[in-house]
Design a protein around this ligand. Structure first.
Ligand code: G6P
Length: 453
């Protein structure tokens, strides 16, 4: 069995003394796939993403069961930043708006050629590594062309592809140049089976195929709603480093205050700015919460090679400061913002959460929505965007918001903060049960069985 994804389970940095330090990869894809350890016998093919990774490949350093491809840095940058994260991510999350509207010009075509080269490098490595009749599970929008390319090289393989993002409806997908739209869909349709996180994304994909590619052909489509890993989270969130971070966070929050927690990559689709605006609206509309609540917001740097992401990060920081200046008092800092990635501190915040705020504009699933109810010590209320994939499973016990509606989101925060403790505990238990219905290991095996079956 083989797995292919852009980001792998581990990434390296060269330390000052020249040694290589390894770090766990981040994001929903890696969290989900981490259930497959080396003992499964699977080979995980991924891309070198940093200079440290390329150095690791050169030195032959690596983990069992992982093969990192040393794709030239400029090809990777064009494919990953220039196409996958600027174009395909924006299309599927419907993020384009003036002045970000795309112009598919000659520069786009040049980058697209890199995207093809990058996909071909994966297809060739997989073709070389796979045993006769092996199952290959290709992941995400970075690798949409791989199934088709691999099918040509190795017709004997069982090929699956899984999308960790939403899929754009045909009216929006139609923005792509016609030949590129067809190439993406035909690339995907090279797979025997395609997986999506929700029915909604699967249906959108099917509708795109009907409109641009003459239908699905022989390819089957299925839905696998990745859940949170309860055993791992409960154990990990009670380790000593999490306790330490909890103590530090409690200091920052102050005695006897409620906490509204959010944890995201600093990502446009996560809608962090409107989350802060809604919190400010809450403090405006409901002065009774002043000094009694703190918004703990962790916004970890992501895709900082892209200017729009850097600008977004700056805006998040600026707005958090503005709210603190506007409302803060000597003993109360209304927003506690951290931007340095720290998994143990995220878990500490989960444990302290009274309310979890998850308000993405669009999101494939959103695992934070599923993780907080599992980990929170006293049970939490969940304010959840109807546009997150997780809403299909958690909607009943969450407080639903339209992610664009700042006033409604502020009111939802008030409702969440005001919930009777016994209601909150009950709802949180039901959220946790729904959130863990399909743990990562089962999620992965289901896909494999469906592909083989
Ligand atoms: C999303 C994507 C993943 C990606 C993750 C983190 O969850 O679906 O494929 O790995 O974001 O983004 P990054 O660009 O840092 O890999």
């Amino acid at each position: 069995m083989l797995v292919a994804s852009n980001r792998g389970p581990v990434s390296y940095a060269v330390a000052d003394d020249g040694s290589l330090r390894s770090k766990r990869g981040g994001g929903g894809l890696v969290s989900g796939l981490s259930a497959i350890g080396p003992e499964s016998g699977a080979l995980w093919v991924c891309s070198a993403l940093s200079d440290g990774d390329r150095e690791a490949v050169r030195r032959g350093v690596g983990e069992d069961g992982v093969r990192m491809l040393d794709i030239p840095a400029d090809v990777h940058a064009d494919a990953y930043n220039g196409i996958a994260n600027s174009v395909l991510w924006f299309v599927h999350h419907m993020l384009y708006q003036t002045p970000l509207e795309p112009a598919f010009d000659a520069e786009f075509r040049r980058r697209w050629a890199s995207y093809e080269t990058y996909n071909r490098a994966f297809a060739e490595a997989l073709a070389e590594e796979a045993a006769e009749g092996a199952a290959v599970l290709v992941q995400d929008y970075h690798l949409t062309l791989v199934p088709g390319m691999l099918r040509e090289l190795r017709p004997d393989l069982r090929i699956g592809h899984f999308s960790h993002t939403p899929w754009a409806p045909p009216e929006y997908f139609a923005m792509l140049p016609d030949d590129i739209a067809r190439q993406v869909l035909r690339g995907m349709l090279g797979a025997d089976r395609l997986g999506f996180l929700t029915r909604r994304w699967a249906d959108a994909f099917t509708a795109c195929c009907e409109r641009f590619a003459g239908g699905l052909g022989d390819t089957r489509v299925g839905v696998h709603g990745l859940g949170a890993d309860a055993d791992f989270l409960r154990a990990r969130s009670h380790e000593a480093d999490v306790d330490e971070r909890m103590a530090a966070l409690k200091e920052e929050i102050g005695e006897g205050r409620r906490t509204i927690v959010r944890v995201d990559r600093t990502e446009l689709s996560k809608n962090i700015v409107r989350g802060l605006l809604a919190y400010r609206q809450l403090l405006d509309d409901r002065p009774e919460w002043r000094e009694r609540v703190v918004h703990v917001a962790f916004a970890y740097p992501s895709r900082q090679d892209l200017a729009v992401y850097r600008d977004y990060t700056t805006e998040v920081q600026r707005l958090a400061e503005e709210i603190n200046e506007q409302y803060g008092t000597p003993g109360w800092r209304p927003v506690v913002l951290h931007v340095k990635d720290d998994f143990a501190r995220s878990l500490a915040a989960y444990r302290l959460a009274d309310v979890a705020l998850v308000n993405p504009i669009r999101d494939g699933m959103n695992l934070v929505a599923k993780e907080v109810p599992v980990v929170s010590d006293a049970g939490c209320a969940l304010v959840l965007s109807r546009e997150a994939g997780a809403h299909e499973e958690l909607g009943e016990d969450a407080i639903t918001v339209n992610p664009y509606d700042v006033v409604q989101t502020a009111e939802a925060l008030h409702e969440a903060l005001s919930m009777r403790p016994e209601d909150r505990t009950e709802r949180s238990k039901r959220l946790a049960a729904a959130a863990t219905a399909l743990p990562p290991a089962r999620w992965f095996l289901d896909q494999l069985e469906a592909l083989r079956g």
